[in-house]
Write a protein that binds this ligand. Structure first.
Ligand SMILES: [Cu+2]
Length: 111
């Protein structure tokens, strides 16, 4: 019985740790408009975990596909269907995203 209590306690700690890790990723909403990404420049700490949420506004312009090279990510964007991608800021340098032709560009810079 004591052993069960110990494993239950450890289980609880594991769940709490997992929940904490989930909460640690910061969500950044990026609107994809006819004029490009809004915002197009953001800041994040090296090693920080982020979730980028791309929200297409309207259908004009070059926002139908977004590419995040560092995450090996490419997705089609449709209005009303936000697309999320988890990324981690590199230890050095910046993270970038763009349309496939690099006409729309966004970057996440260190502080
Ligand atoms: Cu383009």
């Amino acid at each position: 019985m004591k052993r069960l209590a110990v494993s239950l306690a450890l289980f609880g700690v594991a769940i709490a740790a997992a929940a904490h890790a989930e909460a640690a990723a910061r969500k950044i909403e990026i609107q994809v408009t006819a004029d490009g990404y809004k915002p197009s420049t953001m800041r994040a700490k090296p090693g920080e975990k982020l979730v980028l949420v791309f929200k297409r506004i309207g259908s004009a312009g070059c926002g139908n596909t977004v590419v995040v090279p560092a995450a090996n990510f490419r997705a089609d964007l449709v209005e009303g269907k936000p697309v999320e991608v988890a990324v981690t800021m590199p230890k050095q340098g910046k993270l970038t995203f763009a349309c496939p032709m690099d006409m729309y560009q966004g970057e996440i810079l260190p502080p």
